[in-house]
Design a protein around this ligand. Structure first.
Ligand code: GTP
Ligand code: MG
Length: 195
C-alpha cells in the first residue's frame, strides 16, 4: 500500500459524528498501552499522527484517520485501565458493542496483544466476543522487537493457544520500532477492505 495521504479526521464521542463517506473502516482493539496508536503511526509512516499517550478516563472517543481517501483507521480507546470507574467502563462497553456490531462500513478489527506476555483475561473475552459476533479479526502481537528471533515462535504459540485461535487465522508479529509485520498487515487490510 502506497500512502499518498493520511489525516486525523475526528475524535467522535457519539455515532452522529462518525464519518458518513462510506469508506471501509479498520478498527483497533486492545488493552491500554498495547501499542494501538503506535501501530497506526507505523502503518502510515507518520511520527505522531495518532497520539501515543492518550489520557486515562477518556474512554468514549473513537479517533478516525483517513488514508488515501480510501479507508479509515479507527483508534479505539484501550481497555483495562485500573483507574477507570465502573460507570465509565460500562459506557465504554456500550459504545464499543454498538460500534462493532452495528457499524456497516467496519471491515476488520485488529486485535492487538502484547507478544511478550500471555493474553490477559480481558484480551480473551474481547477475542471471544468478536468471534461470537462473527466480526472479522486479525490478531496482532505487538512489541515483537522486545523479543529475540528465537523467542518469537514460543510466544506466538502461547498467544494462539490462550486465545483459542483457529490455525487458519493469521497472527501478525509486529513492531512499531522496526516495521516488522507492516507489509503483511497491509496486505491483510487491503484484502479485508477490498482495495
Ligand atoms: P492507549 O491509547 O492508552 O490505549 O495505548 P496504545 O495502545 O495506543 O499504546 P501506544 O501506542 O500509546 O504505546 C504505548 C507505549 O508502548 C509507548 O511508550 C510506545 O512507545 C510503546 N510501544 C508501542 N509499540 C511498540 C513497539 O512495537 N515496540 C516497542 N519497543 N515499544 C512500543
Ligand atoms: Mg492510543
Amino acid at each position: 500500500m502506497k500512502i499518498k495521504s493520511s489525516e486525523f479526521v475526528i475524535s467522535a464521542v457519539s455515532p452522529k459524528q462518525y464519518p458518513d463517506e462510506g469508506l471501509p473502516e479498520i478498527a483497533l482493539a486492545g488493552r491500554s498501552n498495547v501499542g494501538k496508536s503506535s501501530l497506526i503511526n507505523k502503518m502510515l509512516l507518520r511520527k505522531n499522527l495518532a497520539r501515543t499517550s492518550s489520557q486515562p478516563g477518556k474512554t468514549q472517543q473513537l479517533n478516525y484517520y483517513r488514508i488515501n481517501e480510501e479507508l479509515f483507521f479507527v483508534d479505539v480507546p484501550g481497555y483495562g485501565y485500573a483507574k477507570v470507574s465502573k460507570s465509565e467502563r460500562e459506557a465504554w462497553g456500550r459504545m464499543i458493542e454498538k460500534y462493532m456490531t452495528e457499524r456497516e462500513p467496519l471491515r476488520l478489527v485488529l486485535q492487538l496483544v502484547d507478544l511478550r506476555h500471555p493474553p490477559t483475561a480481558l484480551d480473551v473475552s474481547m477475542y471471544e466476543w468478536l468471534s461470537h459476533y462473527d466480526i472479522p479479526i486479525c490478531v496482532v502481537g505487538t512489541k515483537a522487537d522486545k523479543l529475540t528471533k528465537n523467542q518469537m515462535p514460543k510466544h506466538a504459540k502461547i498467544v494462539r493457544e490462550t486465545l483459542g485461535m483457529p490455525k487458519s487465522q493469521p497472527l501478525v508479529l509486529f513492531s512499531s520500532e522496526t516495521g516488522m509485520g507492516r507489509d503483511e498487515l497491509w496486505s491483510i487490510i487491503e484484502q479485508a477492505a477490498d482495495l
